[in-house]
Design a protein around this ligand. Structure first.
Ligand code: KG4
Ligand code: ZN
Length: 344
């Protein structure tokens, strides 16, 4: 089955065409237009500019991906959560193509996309139940999935997302947006226990996170130690975030006894996090994380996540939405992924 995926929820205009069955995944063509160079100047993603850039790029990117290709069997588009200015562009493009080509349409939750990104470039299968840690610039959630297509949020951040915390502290250091990758680069040369940063809520019994206290501690440390070694600072800060994410995920693994642990979302590009979580959970479950280049937002993961919506398994019929009814929902929660109202 050929699925065209469209992703425009943040600062990447991404389109991918995949050919997928239960046993095979082939990425036929994919293209992403990144807006990072523009948003860099402002220290973060500016929604109005993002919307305008998506509108400029969406058609050329779709045209390039669909060049010399037959029309797909299904169109999948991120319809939430994310920046409304970006979501609207992708959703309108997808609706137009659905009408024009008479091809069924499915709205995909961005977090569900990240979750399924682990299917890229691997023969390993996701075995259920799954505990998923999805950590990105906008989300830090621990999700329990007992069967394909069902999601229960068992933990999440009470304030900033992990990626947001990386980016804000990177800004204090004068790094360009997005600063997460730069912090992890400097961290490679530093000593992770050089500075004793707090680990807020690490001993709480729930699976929630809080990163704002850590961010404030980082701010005060820089204020009081202007000559702090940047490598040690980055290594210690990164270690604190990794400890928080790994500790709570491991706690969830011990309680729910999943067969697979998934790490996905932009922050899963962090090598220290990947290695540490893999080491910690491997005695209990299979560990899956996407290739680093698919940790970041991409349309391939959106197309993959759409596949099970096309099957009858979970639903009485495929979970398609008429182009007339599909709406962007900037606050769509993954655990409400399958509103019956979405099924047409
Ligand atoms: O999933 P994503 O591409 O976009 C959102 O949906 O938010 O995630 C982007 C986030 C940014 O906050 C970025 O700083 C962070 O992922 N990130 C990293 C690394 N690479 C990307 N954080 C820590 N270490 C990295 N290597
Ligand atoms: Zn994302």
């Amino acid at each position: 089955m050929k699925i065209l995926g469209i992703e425009s929820s943040c600062d990447d205009t991404s389109v991918a065409l995949i050919d997928i069955t239960d046993n095979k995944l082939e990425i036929l063509h994919e293209k992403t237009a990144s807006q990072i160079e523009i948003h860099k100047k402002y220290g973060g993603v500016v929604p109005e500019i993002a919307g305008r850039m998506h509108a400029e790029k969406i058609l050329p990117v779709i045209e390039e991906v669909m060049k010399d290709q037959d029309k797909p069997d299904v169109i999948a588009v991120t319809s939430g959560p994310g920046l409304i200015t970006g979501l609207l562009v992708g959703v309108e493009a997808a609706k137009t193509l659905s009408l024009l080509w008479n091809v069924p349409l499915v709205g995909i939750n961005h977090i569900e996309g990240h979750f399924h990104s682990v299917k890229i470039n691997t023969k390993e299968k996701i075995e259920y139940p799954v505990i998923g840690l999805i950590a990105s610039g906008g989300h830090s959630e621990i999700i329990l999935s007992t069967k394909e297509g069902t999601y229960e949020k068992i933990g999440g951040t009470r304030d900033d997302a992990a990626g947001e915390c990386f980016d804000k502290v990177a800004k204090l250091l004068g790094f360009d947006y997005p600063g997460g990758p730069k912090i992890s680069k400097f961290a490679e040369e530093g000593i992770p226990n050089a500075i004793k940063f707090p680990r807020p809520m690490i001993d709480s019994k729930d699976f929630d996170f809080s990163f704002s206290g850590l961010k404030t501690a980082a701010l005060y440390h820089l204020r009081d130690n202007p000559k702090a070694d940047v490598n040690d600072f980055c290594a210690s800060f990164e270690q604190a975030i990794v400890d928080l994410l790994v500790n709570k995920t491991l706690k969830a693994v011990k309680k729910y006894k999943p067969k697979t642990v998934i790490l996905a979302g932009g922050v899963s590009a962090n090598t220290k996090l990947r290695k540490t979580l893999e080491e910690e959970v491997s005695p209990y479950a299979k560990f899956l994380t996407p290739p680093i280049e698919y940790s970041m937002d991409n349309a391939t993961m959106i197309a993959i996540a759409a596949y099970h919506h096309t099957k009858k398994g979970l639903f009485k019929k495929p979970n398609f939405t008429s182009w007339r009814d599909l709406k962007a929902d900037p606050n769509w929660k993954i655990y409400n992924t399958h509103h019956e109202s979405h099924i047409t």
